[in-house]
Design a protein around this ligand. Sequence first.
Ligand code: FAD
Length: 448
Amino acid sequence: TPSILWFRRDLRLGDHPALLAAAGDGPVLPVFVLDDALLRPSGAARTAFLLRSLRALDADLRRHGPGLVVRRGRPEDVVPALVRETGAAAVHVSADFAPYGAARDERVAAALAEADVPLVRTGSPYAVAPGRLHTKGGDPYKVFTPFYRAWADHGWRAPAASDPAGVEWATAPGDDLPAEPDVDAELPEAGEAAARARWDAFRGTPYDDIRDRPDLDETSRLSTYLRWGAIHPRTLLADLDARHTHAQVYRRELAWREFYAHVLHAWPASARDYFRPELKDLPYVTGREQRRRLDAWAAGQTGFPVVDAGMRQLLAEGWMHNRVRMIVASFLVKDLQVEWTHGAAHFMAHLVDGDLASNQHNWQWVAGCGTDAAPYFRVFNPITQGVKFDPDGDYIRRWVPELAGLSAPAVHRPWKDGPPDGYPAPMVDHATQREEALAAYQLLRRNH
Ligand code: FAD
């Protein structure tokens, strides 16, 4: 009898503990369920990248067997149906800790239990599974630095030696993958081999000095592959220890991803709710004015060069440099006074690396209402941030062609001598907005 390996956020064959577990049971039927609940809120770039990742996984599987079986529908219907059709003895997965995935898995496990078939969870998308680490008092961590220490002390297993060549692969009838939506964005190549190639190309970069510089574009860009599980963080951590000269800094970045997964697991409602609820009462704009501001921000038409460059990079690549994510998020919340949840939703629709834990919690960090957050009164200046992190203006010129004829410093303040043709004047005055935001915050503090 076969067992089912149900892929979700683990679209790879190497370093795959659930594949090892499934292969120990006999023939393995590799399955992906196209779940409309996950596809519906996805923008075109995100959906296209998922479909390309599935095609890459299928091609990798076909080198060793019949390929990936895709079924469309609700997992709680589709997975038990496949078990009935194939007589599978078990369904193997990597555990999912995000709120939707965890609830879905409970429903599937309950449906399978009726047929006396177990849902076996082995491994997770993290080096240390969310829920594993606690403070001395037994509580979940809310602050990064002590979490990081506990995480590093806890350590992780060596990469799993899963080898698709040694597996007996089974098959069953499947549905065709849907056609890819039209995408304007230029996406990275999907799949496990592309993820590995990215990682190999990244090693050796003097990462700690230049990771804050969007113009240099020297970060690893592995977030998209980590999101879809084309590579496991443990693979990276094992390599880091062995070969990377900038291991400490990179390990810490990976730990932020683990920290936010851990926070979301401990407080599932934090995907929507403010960690510091009093900030919910700030006088955010609403209605038509909110729509107008959000539209200008999302289109990269605010008149603030580095903000517009970032928002246009998001549309063009489905990705944005971390420093610029912070700048555009701060601008939306503090300068435009739009509630962070609207910006987070726009990011989730367009980011190909969009991940609920990392996205919502980074937004809350910038908005000043998260765990461990930057204090609300620390307001980014969208112009000096550009000057500091894109000193020559290369990043701005790359994404805002209207400013391509300007050099630094003019490219950071293009309206000084009248904005260039086709580029909007600044939609707000930063100094005024900053004063307003801080006054509202002071008032709120007095009233709470
Ligand atoms: P590198 O600098 O090469 O870092 C390596 C890896 O470390 C990243 O791939 C990522 O997995 C992890 N990492 C680094 N910084 C962070 C961080 N602050 N939080 C969590 N993980 C981190 N990251 C996402 O993966 N998905 C998101 O949806 C997401 N939304 C964000 C929203 C906002 C408002 C902000 C400020 C940040 C967000 N980030 C998100 C974090 C960060 O911007 C990206 O992980 C990073 O830009 C990805 O590029 P990279 O792989 O080249 O990063």
